[in-house]
Design a protein around this ligand. Structure first.
Ligand code: AHR
Length: 474
């Protein structure tokens, strides 16, 4: 049986922003120390102290966004302890061990410039103050003669940095302060009031959570507005690291609750100015083996890479609502794209998912119509069954080029016939990430066969595969 896929080229929708393919780094385990940062003079480090091989891989991937310094750590972070010559040693309350503050604001922002990522800084609302946040922003964005701009210049950076996105705390309903939404709403009003007066061009992201939290927060903002630009949600997929078929299917069934959370949050925030968007601050597969004691480290497999593709498809489809999405985390922690241990540095299968799927960046979404598709029954971990379409397809257009990513997480081949509603396919080429073992840790994209006939393209999507097809319209 063949699935017929028609890409509706006449109806170009929202643009897929590069920020959909963002990342996150936290002072946790070996994400920063031993991950992206080794320290000056260390083996494998460049002249500034960054892990050279990791930096090269991330640069090559083209990091779009990097969120920092947390996560939970962000609400215990006092930025002045991490600049200049005197760096303070503190306990890392959430993740254990000591924070030496070797990697601070300048190290982070220079890193973003080197790898070409847009920085996104999470402010400390848990243990910080409004003044501390304003001073940090002055250090980053201010110009001389402001005192903190002078401090920045003394620390070797004359020019202000460019940072548009600032988060108002992290998980303030949990590690960020165990707050009630009403209390947090007051803090958001207070912080955003001063920040927007001092730095009107920045974008502020408030912490979202469950529908109940979001409803109470938005109700409070509706009554008395806060100057925010986005509301965040976190979407982790809890999974077993060992192979378990039902568990694997649940990763794809989680599409149901994730989509519901996005729609409900969106429904609520549209009651505000009409300009507030959603940000998926943290997302990804969180294996049962990743715990605080081991610095939340986990291996990368083909199965979690396909789950990442499924989530990225979801976020792209909601490009009109979602301004940014950041997988957690970049190196050595949770669903990373790079694993680094000493001189051994390697990309995970998820690295290649990003590489492939980023072909959609800057494209406008096109509707995709499936006919005769098989539906894969998967369980939604929040309850109920979800019928996952085979393949799960996203298509975008840029000029004359149409890109289609086709995800087949099932254990059987899926044959597809692709056509464009508005004309013939002139040429098509494809690459696929595919493997016979879903637990495989070393898979890389390979060219995939496409045959053309009568302006249509035919492909066979292997079991457990992601295929990216590039089409030129005739
Ligand atoms: O990414 C790990 C942790 O998960 C973050 O610190 C926190 O925000 C979330 O609970």
């Amino acid at each position: 049986m063949e699935t017929r896929i028609t890409i509706v080229t006449e109806l170009a929708g929202a643009e897929v922003s590069g920020l959909t393919f963002g990342h996150f780094v936290e002072h946790l385990g070996r994400c920063i120390y031993g991950g992206i940062w080794l320290g000056r003079g260390s083996e494998g480090a460049d002249e500034e102290g960054y892990n050279l091989r990791v930096k090269e891989l991330l640069k090559d991937l083209g990091l779009e966004v990097l969120r920092w310094p947390g996560g939970c750590f962000g609400d215990q972070y006092h930025w002045e302890e991490g600049i200049g010559k005197d760096r303070r040693v503190r306990r890392n309350i959430w993740w254990g061990g000591y924070e030496l503050h070797e990697f601070g604001t300048d190290e982070f922002l220079r890193y973003c410039e080197e790898v070409g990522a847009e920085p996104y800084v999470s402010l400390n609302l848990g243990t910080g103050t409004v003044q501390e946040a304003l001073d940090w922003m002055e250090y980053v964005l201010g110009e001389r003669p402001l005192s903190y701009a002078e401090r920045r210049a003394e620390n070797g950076r004359e020019e202000p940095y460019k940072v548009r996105y600032w988060g108002l705390g992290n998980e303030t309903w949990g590690c960020g302060g165990n707050m009630r939404p009403e209390h947090y709403a007051d803090l958001v009003r207070q912080y955003s009031n001063f920040i927007k007066a001092a730095f009107p061009d920045v974008k502020l992201v408030a912490v979202g959570h469950t529908t109940d939290w979001n409803r109470r927060l938005v109700a409070s903002f509706w009554e008395r507005p806060a100057r925010i630009d986005a509301l965040s949600v976190h979407q982790y997929t809890r999974a077993k690291e060992d192979w378990d078929e039902e568990d694997y299917r649940r990763c794809f069934g989680s599409r149901a609750w994730k989509e519901r959370q996005i729609s409900e949050a969106w429904g609520l925030i549209t009651a505000l100015s009409g300009k507030v968007k959603l940000v998926v601050d943290e997302w990804g597969v969180w294996y049962d083996t990743a715990r605080r004691e081991n610095g939340l480290i986990q291996k990368g497999h083909l199965k979690d890479a396909l789950s990442a593709a499924s989530d990225l498809h979801l976020y792209m489809r909601h490009a009109d609502k979602i301004e940014m999405a950041n997988i957690a985390q970049t190196v050595n922690v949770l669903h990373s794209v790079v694993l680094a241990e000493g001189s051994e540095v390697k990309p995970t299968p998820t690295y290649f998912v990003f590489k492939m799927i980023k072909g959609h960046k800057g494209g406008r979404l096109l509707p995709v119509v499936l006919e005769g598709e098989r539906k894969w029954p998967v369980e939604d971990p929040s309850g109920g069954e979800y019928l996952y379409p085979l393949p799960d397809a996203v298509a975008t257009v840029k000029g004359n080029e149409v890109s289609a990513s086709l995800l087949n997480p099932s254990e059987e081949d899926v044959k597809v016939e692709l056509s464009l509603s508005g004309g013939d396919i002139g040429s098509a080429e494809a690459v696929a990430l595919v493997g016979s073992d879903l637990q495989a840790e070393d898979v890389e994209p390979v060219p995939a066969e496409v045959s053309l006939e009568g302006g249509r393209a035919r492909l066979k999507l292997g079991p457990a595969s992601l295929t990216m097809v590039r089409i030129e319209r005739r």
